[in-house]
Ligand binder design. Structure first.
Ligand SMILES: NC(=O)c1ccc[n+]([C@@H]2O[C@H](COP(=O)([O-])OP(=O)(O)OC[C@H]3O[C@@H](n4cnc5c(N)ncnc54)[C@H](O)[C@@H]3O)[C@@H](O)[C@H]2O)c1
Length: 253
């Protein structure tokens, strides 16, 4: 594969939502850095395509159908990873969805529950299943994909903002509860990244969104995947419980 440093050689990583966008980029970067990867997604065809891209480039990956909002799926994903590769070193809880923009007082229960169940319950179920496997392994890292909206609000995004703030909090809690057993956790805060969601933006909205980033543009999935792979390296031993923005300066204003 096109890598000069195999800094994840010998590591086993799982990535939820690995079939598209940031998750696919993270899975590709894990594999490029030498990890064996378990790609998990609700969308079987998308997940299989990520596996194809990895294996075509000489890496190792398998796919497991997973709905992160289901506890049984979260457990089966960890069990399947152990069965396939014998251990778990890195768990990236990436799967997440954004709601249609809706002001808080107009949000119905179904919309609220849907976003909570994937973005927050999904990370909780994921970590609850992953932590015992990481402890059994003698340690490892959890990387939770939060958002800049884990730090600030955004018009019409209340359910999303609530879940992403909660993911940042849960990440701290892993450090507090499990550092002694060698389990680290990091929350990642991407700003607006070009994953296709922005394709339907009208030119004015696109320009407004781009100018909200001091760098004057949205990010590329590659700019998240490469950093997530790095922070997952086993020698980042004293980095625990923190929040890392990948945001072109968005939060610096
Ligand atoms: N794209 C951005 O601008 C941006 C910014 C900040 C944070 N994020 C976060 O990054 C993560 C990935 O976002 P993305 O933009 O790559 O999204 P995406 O829509 O491009 O891809 C998400 C993937 O997750 C899968 N998925 C959806 N629900 C699932 C479920 N219940 N179980 C398993 N898989 C499921 C989808 O099938 C898809 O393959 C999300 O948590 C999102 O909140 C994205």
């Amino acid at each position: 594969m096109t890598t000069t440093t195999a800094f994840l050689d010998g590591q086993v990583a799982l990535v939820t939502g690995g079939g598209a966008g940031l998750g696919r980029s993270i899975a590709l970067h894990y594999a490029r850095a030498g990890a064996q990867v378990m790609v998990a997604d609700l969308d079987d065809a998308a997940g299989a395509e990520t596996v194809r891209l990895i294996t075509e480039a000489g890496g190792t990956a398998r796919f497991r159908h997973t709905d992160v909002s289901k506890d049984a799926d979260a457990r089966a994903l960890v069990a399947g990873t152990l069965e396939a590769y014998g251990k778990l070193d890195i768990a990236c809880n990436n799967a997440g969805v954004a709601p249609p923009a809706t002001k808080l007082a107009e949000i119905d229960d179904a919309l609220w529950r849907r976003i909570q169940s994937i973005n927050l319950d999904g990370v909780f179920y994921g970590m609850r299943a992953q932590i015992p496997a990481l402890i059994e392994n003698g340690g490892g890292v959890i990387v939770n994909i939060a958002s800049i909206l884990g730090q600030v609000g955004f018009p019409g995004m209340a359910p999303y903002v609530a879940t992403k703030h909660a993911v940042v909090g849960l990440t701290k809690q892993v450090a507090v509860d499990y550092a002694e057993q060698g389990v680290r956790a990091i929350a990642i805060g991407p700003a607006f990244i070009k994953t296709g969601m922005e394709d339907n933006l009208d030119p004015d909205s696109r320009a407004e969104l781009e100018s909200a980033h001091p760098v004057g543009r949205m990010g590329e999935p590659e700019e998240v995947g490469s950093v997530v792979a790095m922070v997952s390296a086993p020698n980042w031993t004293f980095v625990n419980g923190g929040y890392l923005p990948i945001d072109g300066g968005y939060l610096a204003r």
